[in-house]
Design a protein around this ligand. Structure first.
Ligand code: NI
Length: 190
């Protein structure tokens, strides 16, 4: 098992459509294992393969934080959705950014498991939000692409606040620029 580096918003892989997986070989087993481990280590609720630099249609979603129970979904797609919910969202590829996204209230996802069997994952509330967010990643969409622009904010550590942070409003453009800078710093170009 290996922890993988999570790519920042603006990396071309994150805006690409993920390729479907046709064969459940050792590479796919390892990919899902790494996704699971990297997601748990980072404290995320979901992680898509593109976020660790692999342009394939595979995601993990945290099912139960208590037991670290994780759904592993290959080629997932939404086959049913209903209603609407409004709520805050974040993403490991846009650390410390948060914003409101309208999502379906309930979704049903069909996917393959590691044996190539068709499985269904169903969720309401937060689980529906997570599933929709992860399926969006496979289409090259990040939450910043569908965020309610006025709701976008940074979470800044602040011990004088009860929550341990304060929010600082930002714009889509400003946030993208901040992650472009982070990416360049990481690549050692600046
Ligand atoms: Ni995400």
């Amino acid at each position: 098992m290996a922890l993988r580096r999570i790519l920042y918003c603006g990396d071309p892989i994150l805006s690409r459509k993920a390729g479907r997986i046709h064969e459940m070989d050792d590479g796919v087993v390892e990919l899902l294992r790494d996704l699971r481990e990297t997601m748990l280590e980072a404290g995320g609720l979901g992680l898509a393969a593109a976020q660790i630099g692999v342009p394939l249609a595979a995601v993990t979603v945290l099912r139960d934080p208590e037991s670290d129970s994780v759904l592993k979904l290959i080629n997932p797609r939404i086959v049913e959705q209903e209603g609407e919910q409004e709520g805050s969202e974040s993403c490991l590829s846009l650390p410390t950014l948060r914003g409101v996204v309208i999502r379906p209230a309930r979704v049903v996802v069909e996917a393959l498991d590691l044996n190539g069997e068709v499985i269904r994952a169903e969720g309401e509330g937060l689980m529906a939000r997570c599933l929709a967010h992860e399926v969006d990643h496979l289409d090259g969409r990040l939450f910043i692409d569908s965020v309610e622009p006025d709701s976008l904010c940074w979470l800044r550590p602040d011990e004088s606040e009860e929550a341990g942070y304060r929010t600082e409003p930002t714009t889509v453009e400003e946030a993208r620029e901040a992650f472009d800078r982070l990416r360049k710093q990481r690549e050692g170009l600046t």
